[in-house]
Ligand binder design. Sequence first.
Ligand SMILES: [Zn+2]
Length: 104
Amino acid sequence: MSDNPDVTAHAVIATRTVTDKTARDGRLEIGDRSGAMLGSVNGLAVELKGIVAPARVDRFDCDCRDDHRHFYVESDAFKRLPIGTVVALRFDAGQGRIIVEPRR
Ligand SMILES: [Zn+2]
């Protein structure tokens, strides 16, 4: 997993492996800066193989260590990704859309 703290337009904000948990809950974790930024986007959507689906940012206040948060992008579109797929999430700021790019 990797996080890019630089969330400027078209940056890859995270690279994630789809797990069985993703298939169930439709969530992929993203970094906290990306989460804070994407959480303020109205009408956030994801685009996967040309199909656009609604998405939202989930924030989880966690106590696994000191005060911190986990952020996730949640979309039903993620439930259709095969388990084990590596995806890059790229933010298209102009469209308010996260482009999901399978890497293999
Ligand atoms: Zn935690």
